[in-house]
Unconditional design. Structure first.
Length: 212
């Protein structure tokens, strides 16, 4: 057994031979049930699609029904609460960067989202007021650049992590674009709704067989 894994013998292999061996070892250790292939995953996709449709209809309703100007209550609480959330995102992101934790990727995305929202509402709500120019400059010079930088760093960290996984699985070549890189698990045929209906019918068939 020890001779099979002799270090000198492994070092004598070429780079392509080592990668081929690594790919074979990884393939033998892959789990049988892979994430993203269950009915729960299909249900999540259906909920997301339904949410997009309902939200698009709701936006259309708001466009024709909401007034152009509105006097809002709890104005101080809304903005102070939002800025506290933004401060917490900055602090957690700084901690994750200091400690070099993988959660930094998620923190950067959350921080960028809050900054984009802050810039949007500052500019839109200050339109036609004396503070519009200040809000616009703050958005263009501070909030949006930091948000874009956070997204860029998160993307770079994610690609570096994926590159390491591909490397240690024996893969070669550049890391594919995140738009083209699949999630773990094989590609499924058909639509999420069709797969859900098929899964429900198979469950009904199993129940009828057990009852008989």
């Amino acid at each position: 057994m020890e001779e099979k894994y002799d270090a000198s013998a492994l070092r004598s292999l070429s780079e392509d031979e080592r990668r081929h061996l690594l790919r074979r070892l990884v393939s033998t250790d892959l789990p049988q049930a892979k994430p993203g292939t269950s009915w729960k995953w299909d249900l999540l996709l259906v909920v997301i699609i339904a949410g997009c449709i309902l939200l698009a209809a709701w936006i259309g309703y708001l466009v024709v029904s909401l007034p152009s100007f509105y006097r809002a209550g709890s104005w101080r609480g809304a903005w102070v609460g939002f800025d506290i959330a933004e401060l917490a995102a900055f602090a957690i992101t700084g901690w994750a960067a200091w400690r070099r934790r993988q959660i930094l990727i998620i923190c950067l995305i959350v921080l960028a989202t809050l900054l984009f929202c802050d810039a949007w509402f500052d500019v839109v709500l200050d339109a036609r007021t004396a503070g519009f120019l200040g809000s616009l400059l703050s958005a263009l010079l501070v909030e949006v650049p930091i948000a874009v930088l956070a997204v860029f760093v998160a993307r770079r960290l994610l690609r570096l992590t994926i590159g390491q996984v591909i490397k240690y699985e024996g893969g070669t070549g550049p890391v594919p674009s995140l738009w083209k890189l699949p999630l773990f698990g094989p590609e499924s045929d058909g639509s999420p709704v069709g797969r859900l209906i098929k899964a429900a019918r198979s469950d009904d068939g199993d129940d009828s067989e057990q009852a008989s």
